[in-house]
Design a protein around this ligand. Structure first.
Ligand SMILES: [Zn+2]
Length: 128
């Protein structure tokens, strides 16, 4: 097995963190446009309680489009796998994901075969 080198992993990690930051600022822009009043009310209600703040942040995640939310979740999972090991291996069948695929989509959790099977899953299309 020719697993990813440490240098490659660091590269993918940097790309993933950048992408995550971009999605985060996109979420903020979306909030500015759509639910500023609601957001302000939440801030007023939450005092400085950390647990409440975390709840509010979790709710804000829903302000992302479904696709963005899915991508953000994939990025988080990919970052976790980078930290814990297992990054670059298909989450479904365990096959090695080619580095070329990861370069195009560093958040990819599945090999091409398993990924396209998911994309063509009708229940996923219906959920859009
Ligand atoms: Zn697979």
């Amino acid at each position: 097995m020719s697993l990813l080198s440490q240098t490659q992993k660091l590269q993918f990690q940097a790309v993933l963190q950048l992408r995550r930051a971009a999605l985060d600022s996109q979420r903020s822009a979306h909030l500015d446009g759509q639910s500023r009043a609601e957001h302000a009310r939440e801030l007023l209600l939450q005092d400085s309680d950390d647990a409440k703040q975390r709840d509010a942040e979790r709710e804000l995640d829903f302000a992302l489009t479904d696709r963005d939310a899915v991508e953000l979740r994939e990025i988080d999972q990919a970052l976790a796998r980078l930290a814990e090991g297992g990054y670059g291996l298909c989450a479904d069948c365990g096959a090695e994901i080619p580095a070329e695929r990861l370069q195009l989509a560093p958040q990819a959790l599945r090999c091409v075969a398993c990924g396209s099977r998911l994309e063509h899953d009708p229940s996923r299309v219906a959920a859009q």
